[in-house]
Design a protein around this ligand. Sequence first.
Ligand SMILES: Nc1ncnc2c1ncn2[C@@H]1O[C@H](COP(=O)(O)OP(=O)(O)OP(=O)(O)O)[C@@H](O)[C@H]1O
Ligand SMILES: [Mg+2]
Length: 251
Amino acid sequence: MSADIQLRNVSRRFGPTVALESVDLDIAAGEFIALVGPSGCGKTTLLRLVADLDQPSSGSVRIGGLPPATVRRQRQLGLVSQRPAVLPWKRAVEDVEFTQKVTGRAGLPARGLLRDFGLAGHEEKMPHHLSGGMLQRVNFASAIAHDPEVLLMDEPFSALDEMKREELGLWLGTELATRPKTVLFVTHHVDEAVLLADRVIVFSPAPGRILADIAVPSPRPRTAAFRTDPQFVALTDRIRGLLFGQWRAAA
Ligand SMILES: Nc1ncnc2c1ncn2[C@@H]1O[C@H](COP(=O)(O)OP(=O)(O)OP(=O)(O)O)[C@@H](O)[C@H]1O
Ligand SMILES: [Mg+2]
């Protein structure tokens, strides 16, 4: 399948709360999209609609022209949440193998994947014997073990310290160069969004609407050196202006 994603006039209301309003978004197959915006603007809601964990009140979501439910049944979705969703009673390698068992797709070899993720020698450890960064990498390995075309990530690095966060971000960039996927990545971290994404979508405060769709016209994967690139500085500045401008206006 071609895993392009298309949102057409998507709204999601929860009773009187409008979480998303008339969102139109086109994502090409293989593109890395970062979603940024103030708390409560509907980022997680949007991700859940694409993941088939929720349905829009109106409008449509399509992945490769198909409804998310179909794509989920085809096991083409990988989901990484904010907190590692690893199973506390399973060793690292068993956690990765469990995804393959549940999805019925052999996908990628579990041990090879853990090695690629810098976890050689830690395959047999229980979650409580792994550091936070290692745990999140096991979480990633489990999310992509069945080799899905679409990877949905909701603030995957927010539980990590700044150094680990940057290290894992750069690692994710190189990992995706090896195994390209269509990526939707929610973050509050403007630098991280610009470092990793092809496009940064900036949301307005609730009700969530797309305020700006900003391309980062530099090839991926990028290195830490991109942080000093004038393009990086200009883009992060522009996005901060949009976000802080909103917050000042909302205060
Ligand atoms: N299941 C639900 N029932 C009722 N309201 C909900 C539900 N899910 C989300 N909402 C509301 O929808 C709005 C958007 O929530 P959402 O979690 O998508 O925001 P977010 O942008 O991910 O925020 P954050 O950055 O804090 O994670 C909020 O007002 C939230 O309270
Ligand atoms: Mg959220």
